[in-house]
Design a protein around this ligand. Structure first.
Ligand code: AMP
Length: 405
C-alpha cells in the first residue's frame, strides 16, 4: 500500500488488544493445495501459527474460519477443510475441534464444546453463497462465535466477503502477526525502497498485470518482463513472435506501458532470446532463437541463455527485488531453466543483503522446483492477488473494514 493508503488506514494489532480468556474468531487463509484429502503444502497453515499460539497462550478459545477452493456456494465434499483439523492439531499441539458447518446449530455446538486454550476449525465458508456476497446476516452468524475478530487471511484481503469485511461491523477487531509482516515488507518495498529496485513480472497473462505494471513503473528502476506475457510486449514493438502466447487485444496497452517506462526513465527488459518449440510437449525438440524474434512456426516457452544472463545480472545488482510470475512454462522441466535461474538469483541476492519479495502460488512453486527454500528469500507473500493489488495502491477491503476512523 502506498504512503497515502498507509495514512488513510489505521489498523489495530492483535498484540494491542486485551484478549485474555476471550473467544476470538480468526479469518485465516487455509486455501492450501490438497489432493485426495492430503495437504500438499502447509505453508499457509504454518504462517498463521504465531497468531494462533499467541491467542492460545492468552487462554483464548480460538475459532478459525477459512475457505478452500471454489465450491460455488454449495456443500461439496471435494472442498472440505476437515483434513486440515488433524494437521493443525499436530502443528499447534492442542485439541482442534472440527465443526461441520461455519454458521448455525452445528457450528454453535462445536464452539460451545471447545474449552479455552483449544481451537475450533469451521467448515468451508464458501459452502454458503452469502459469503462471497459480503452478506451482513451471514457475517453476523460468524461473529456470534467470538467476542473479537482477528484478520489473518492476507491472501483474502482483496476480497470484500462476509468473513473478511462485513464481520468487522459486528465485532471489534485487529490484524494478526502474518498480516502485519506482509504489510511491513510490501510497504518497505513500495514506500521507501533501497535502490536499485528491480521488479520481475512474468506469468501467462498481461491482462492480469496491467495495473500492477503501471504502478511499478512509478516506483522501480528496472522492470523485467518474462513469461507468456512478454510476447504481447514484443508484438507491441513489432517483433515477430511466431505462435507464442499473444493477447492481441492488449498489444496497444502493452505499447502504452513501454512508453510510460520510457518517459519515466525506467529501464524495461524484455527477453533478448528464447527457447522455442514447434509443439508444447515435454520432449519437444528445442531451439534457441538467435534474437528476440521468433520464427513463424515456433512457440516461445522459456527465456533463452542470453536473456538468463541479462536478467541474472540485473537481479545481482539490485537492493530491492519484487518477483511475481514464472518466466517460462516451468511446470515442464525442459522449459524451467529461466525460472529456476531467477529463483536462484533471488536467493543469492538475499544472501548479499538485498530485500527480496515474491508473491503468487506459481512463483512459490518455482522455488520448490529450483530447490530454493523460502527462508532464502526475505519475504514470500502468502497472497499473490492481494500482494499485487496492494502494490497497485488499491485499498484492500479486508483492511478497510478494520480501519479505525
Ligand atoms: P500467472 O498465473 O499469470 O502468473 O501465470 C503462470 C503461468 O504462466 C504458468 O502456469 C506458466 O506455465 C505460464 N507461462 C510462463 N511462461 C509461458 C509461456 N512462454 N507461454 C505460455 N505460458 C507461460
Amino acid at each position: 500500500m502506498t504512503t497515502e493508503n498507509k495514512t488513510i488506514l489505521r489498523l489495530a494489532k492483535v498484540q494491542d488488544a486485551h484478549l485474555k480468556d476471550k473467544s476470538v474468531i480468526v479469518r485465516v487463509d487455509y486455501n492450501v493445495p490438497m489432493k485426495d484429502g492430503v495437504i500438499k503444502d502447509d505453508t499457509r497453515i504454518r504462517e498463521t501459527l504465531k497468531t494462533v499460539k499467541y491467542l492460545l497462550d492468552a487462554n483464548c478459545k480460538v475459532v478459525l474460519m477459512a475457505h478452500l477452493g471454489r465450491p460455488k456456494g454449495k456443500v461439496d465434499p471435494k472442498y472440505t477443510l476437515a483434513p486440515v483439523a488433524p494437521h493443525l492439531e499436530k502443528l499447534a499441539g492442542v485439541k482442534v475441534h472440527f465443526a461441520s458447518d461455519c454458521v448455525g446449530g452445528e457450528a454453535g455446538k462445536a464452539v460451545k464444546a471447545a474449552k479455552n486454550g483449544e481451537i475450533v476449525l469451521l467448515e468451508n465458508l464458501r459452502y454458503h453463497p452469502e459469503e462471497e456476497k459480503n452478506d451482513d446476516g451471514f457475517a453476523k452468524g460468524l461473529a456470534a462465535h467470538g467476542e473479537f475478530f482477528v484478520q489473518e487471511a492476507f491472501g483474502a484481503l482483496h476480497r470484500a466477503h462476509s468473513s473478511t469485511a462485513a464481520i468487522a461491523k459486528f465485532l471489534p477487531g485487529a490484524i494478526g502477526f502474518l498480516v502485519q509482516k506482509e504489510l511491513e515488507y510490501l510497504d518497505k518495498a513500495m514506500v521507501n525502497p533501497v535502490r536499485p529496485f528491480v521488479a520481475i513480472i512474468g506469468g501467462a497473462k498481461v491482462s492480469d498485470k496491467i495495473n500492477v505494471l503501471y504502478s511499478l513503473i512509478d516506483k522501480v528502476d528496472t522492470i523485467i518482463i518474462g513469461g507468456g506475457m512478454a510476447y504481447t510486449f514484443l508484438a507491441a514493438q513489432h517483433t515477430n513472435i511466431g505462435k507464442s502466447l499473444l493477447e492481441a487485444e492488449k498489444v496497444e496497452e502493452a505499447g502504452k506501458i513501454i512508453m510510460k517506462a520510457f518517459k519515466k526513465n525506467v529501464e524495461m527488459l524484455l527477453p533478448a532470446d528464447h527457447i522455442a518449440v514447434k509443439e508444447i510437449k515435454p520432449d519437444a525438440a528445442k531451439e534457441v532463437t538467435q534474437s528476440m524474434a521468433i520464427g513463424d512456426d515456433w512457440i516461445g516457452v522459456d527465456i533463452g541463455p542470453r536473456t538468463e544472463m541479462l536478467f541474472m545480472d540485473k537481479i545481482k545488482g539490485a537492493k530491492t527485488i519484487f518477483w511475481n510470475g514464472p518466466v517460462g512454462i516451468f511446470e515442464t522441466p525442459a522449459f524451467a531453466s529461466g525460472s529456476i535461474a531467477v529463483a536462484k538469483a533471488m536467493a543469492a541476492a538475499t544472501k548479499g543483503g538485498a530485500t527480496t519479495i515474491l508473491g503468487g502460488g506459481d512463483t512459490l512453486s518455482v522455488l520448490k522446483v529450483a530447490g530454493v527454500k523460502t527462508d532464502q528469500i526475505s519475504h514470500c507473500s502468502t497472497g499473490g492477488g492481494a500482494s499485487l493489488e496492494f502494490i497497485e495502491g488499491k485499498l484492500l477491503p479486508g483492511l478497510v473494514a478494520l480501519s479505525q476512523k
